[in-house]
Design a protein around this ligand. Structure first.
Ligand code: CP
Length: 311
């Protein structure tokens, strides 16, 4: 079974059955990471372009590893090496890659909606690897996969998302994904970092992290995105950290099996202390590992590999 769509642009498009299919397929691919030779022929003959016009470590390299483990050809293009730097439009970029007969393009772009625009003009699959402050759907999928693996279920959990909700494409995709999968979502942030249209999303908003962290199964921290703040939205980093940062003192009262998650890159000492980041229930490295299996699953399900999941 494959996904009945050309592109993955937003979590909004996926129904629960499709999300479950991606997670189950990722589970079947996970075993490949444990093999001495991490390669199966599933996508042999397919060509994938990694088109990253914003910095990335995790997403870019895990898409590359996922494509290579499935034996696809992969080309990396960055902001500096792309003709977009010379003013080429996304429409012309789509037509150029179409002429090269590529099968999929993974795009990260600083403008919200850029992947949607490219997908409109492209006959190949487009995967959104993060667009502006809009969405980061594969991050949400890998987070669901990690939570399911660690806690054995998703539906019925309580998850707090803490920090810079306003600028976070991860928060937007995760709120949508968690809601679809039956999670109760609580947002915790200074009022200036909560989007004005938050009522449109089915979430609770609270301001006291000390109270919330005792009640939830997962504390999901976000990076403060100073690069996207046009003006200061809280008095100081020190004040933010004292009210919304996770440190050893603050987590003394959480349940022992509460998971601490973060999409990365982390700002040690701001949203999470160095000590908390090293705790066994801080599963940031597990999230990174899940990213490879989930992105393998997605490439396979979108490109329709013919030899079966897991090789
Ligand atoms: N989580 C995430 O998107 O990390 P990168 O920016 O390193 O890809």
């Amino acid at each position: 079974m494959f996904l009945k769509r050309k592109d993955l642009l937003t979590i909004r498009d996926l129904d629960v059955e499709e999300i479950k299919l991606i997670l189950e397929t990722a589970s079947s691919f996970e075993e490949i990471l444990t093999r001495p030779i991490k390669k199966v022929p599933t996508l042999r003959g397919k060509t994938i372009v990694n088109f990253f016009l914003e910095p990335s470590t995790r997403t870019r390299s895990s898409f590359e590893l996922a494509a290579k483990m499935l034996s696809a050809e992969l080309i990396n293009i960055s902001a500096k090496t792309s003709a977009v730097a010379k003013g080429e439009s996304l429409k012309d970029t789509a037509k150029t890659f179409e002429a090269m007969k590529i099968d999929a393009l993974v795009i990260r772009h600083s403008s919200s909606g850029a992947p949607h625009l490219l997908a409109k003009f492209a006959n190949f699959s487009v995967i959104n690897a993060g667009d502006g402050t809009h969405e980061h759907p594969t991050q949400a999928l890998l987070d669901l996969f990690t939570i399911k693996k660690k806690l054995g279920k998703i539906s019925g959990l309580k998850i707090a998302i803490v920090g810079d909700i306003l600028h976070s494409r991860v928060a937007r995709s995760n709120i949508l994904a968690f809601n679809k999968m039956g999670v109760k979502v609580t947002l915790v942030a200074p009022p200036t970092l909560i989007p004005l249209d938050i009522e449109a999303l089915d979430v609770e908003v609270r301001y006291n992290l000390n109270e919330v962290i005792k009640e939830v199964d997962v504390v999901y921290l976000l990076r403060i995105q100073l690069e996207r703040q046009a003006e200061a939205l809280f008095p100081s980093i020190r004040e933010y950290s004292s009210l919304f940062g996770l440190n050893l003192e603050r987590i003394r009262e959480i349940k022992p099996n509460t998971l601490i998650m973060h999409p990365g890159p982390i700002n040690r000492g701001i949203e999470i202390s160095a000590e908390v980041a090293e705790l066994p229930n801080a599963i940031i490295a597990d999230q990174v590992e899940s990213g490879i299996s989930v992105r393998m699953a997605l490439l396979y399900l979108l490109l329709g590999g013919k030899t079966g999941g897991g090789g």
